[in-house]
Design a protein. Structure first.
Length: 343
C-alpha cells in the first residue's frame, strides 16, 4: 500500500516538474512591426520601442526594416503587420486612391482599416550636397543624378514637389532620380554616386551626423518665393507639414552654412490597424508613455516623442486601445480621431 502511494506521488511530482519545464514563465505575443531604413530617426525610435515593449510586456517584437511607409500602410490595412511608421500624406493618398494608389480601386476601402497610436515630428527636409560640389542651389541639379527617396514613398513625393516649386524641373526629364532605398541612397551620397540628397530627419539627424563626420556638407534652402508655388502651398496646407529652419551650426564644423536654412518639416506616427487586439494596443501605448524616459534615451532628438505631441497633425482615427489609454489620462481627443468601433 505504501509503495502504491509512493509511486502515485512520484508520478504526480514528475508531472508537475515537467509542466514547469515545458511551460514558459509567461505567454509571449509576437508583434510584427515594419520600420524604415536603419539610421533614420523613426528607425531609432522603433528599435527603442521594441526594447521597452520586450522589457515590460510579455511580447516578442519582430522588426522588418527598409520598408516604405506606402507599402507598410498597405500591409497594415490588409492585416499583415501590427505596427508601422504611418504618414498623414500616405493616408491621404490611400483614402483618395491617388498618387501611388491611383491604380488600386480598393485603396479607399483599405484605408478604413488603418488606425493610429501616436504622432511625433519626423523632422525637417534636409537638401544636402557636398560642400565642394558646384551645386549651390536646386536649379543647378539639371541633368544630374539625385536621390530624393525610395520610389513610391511619401517623402519622395514631397521632395519632388520641393524641387518642382523651386526649379520647375520634372524628374526623368530635367534630372535623373536614383531608384534606391534609404540606406543605399545615403551610402550613394557619401560615395559621390548622387549629386544631391533630400530626406526628412530630426535635427541633428543620425545619418546626416554620420556624413558630416567625414565630409563637409552644405544644406540648400528653399527660397522664399518657392513657398508661394502651388506645389508647396498644397503641401503646407495639408495635415502633417509646417515651415521650419535648420540651424547653421546643427552639424558642427563640417556644415558650411553660415545662416539658418529655410525648409519644411513633417509629422508621422506609429500606426496600426483595426485588426490588432485592443488590449495589446492599450498595453503597448501605456508602456511607451509610462516609460517614455527609456524610449527617449537612445538619442536626444527622441525628446520630441512625448504625450504632448501624441495627437498633433493627426487625421486618421486612433486605435480603440489608444483611445482607452488617452481617456484614462484625461486627454481630450478630437471627435474625428474616434474610430467607429468606439462609443
Amino acid at each position: 500500500m505504501n509503495r502504491r502511494f509512493f509511486k502515485a506521488g512520484f508520478i504526480a511530482l514528475v508531472a508537475i516538474l515537467a509542466s514547469l519545464i515545458t511551460t514558459p514563465a509567461r505567454a509571449e505575443t509576437t508583434i510584427r512591426m515594419e520600420a524604415p531604413s536603419p539610421g533614420s530617426s523613426p528607425y531609432v525610435l522603433q528599435v527603442s520601442m521594441q526594447s521597452v515593449w520586450q522589457k515590460y510586456l510579455p511580447v516578442k517584437v519582430n522588426v522588418t526594416s527598409n520598408m516604405a511607409s506606402s507599402r507598410s500602410a498597405l500591409n497594415a490595412a490588409k492585416g499583415n503587420v501590427d505596427f508601422y511608421l504611418s504618414s498623414p500624406t500616405v493616408n491621404r493618398y490611400m483614402a483618395s486612391g491617388t498618387q501611388m494608389y491611383a491604380g488600386m480601386s480598393n485603396a479607399p476601402e483599405l484605408y478604413k482599416n488603418l488606425r493610429e497610436v501616436f504622432h511625433f515630428p519626423l523632422g525637417k527636409y534636409h537638401i544636402v550636397v557636398h560642400a565642394d560640389s558646384d551645386i549651390t542651389s536646386l536649379k543647378q541639379i539639371k541633368g544630374k543624378r539625385v536621390f530624393l527617396g525610395p520610389p513610391g514613398g511619401a517623402a519622395t513625393d514631397t521632395a519632388i514637389k520641393i524641387v518642382k516649386a523651386v526649379t520647375g524641373y520634372e524628374p526623368g526629364t530635367d534630372y535623373q532620380m536614383a531608384r534606391l532605398d534609404w540606406q543605399s541612397g545615403n551610402q550613394a551620397f557619401q560615395d559621390d554616386q548622387v549629386a544631391l540628397l533630400i530626406a526628412p530627419q530630426q535635427v541633428p539627424g543620425p545619418s546626416f551626423q554620420q556624413v558630416a563626420l567625414l565630409h563637409k556638407v552644405r544644406f540648400l534652402p528653399i527660397p522664399e518665393e518657392a513657398f508661394e508655388h502651388p506645389e508647396l502651398k498644397e503641401v503646407l496646407n495639408a495635415t502633417g507639414f509646417s515651415r521650419e529652419q535648420i540651424p547653421a551650426d546643427a552639424y558642427g564644423d563640417n556644415q558650411v552654412n553660415t545662416t539658418p536654412v529655410d525648409t519644411i518639416g513633417s509629422w508621422v506616427g506609429i500606426g496600426t490597424s483595426k485588426f490588432v487586439d485592443e488590449e495589446l494596443v492599450y498595453q503597448c501605448t501605456k508602456t511607451i508613455f509610462e516609460h517614455i524616459d527609456e524610449v527617449q534615451a537612445p538619442a536626444k532628438f527622441l525628446g520630441s516623442v512625448n504625450i504632448e505631441n501624441a495627437l498633433k497633425q493627426m487625421s486618421t482615427p486612433l486605435h480603440a486601445g489608444a483611445v482607452r489609454y488617452y481617456r484614462e489620462k484625461g486627454i481630450s481627443i478630437p471627435s474625428n480621431l474616434i474610430p467607429p468601433e468606439v462609443d
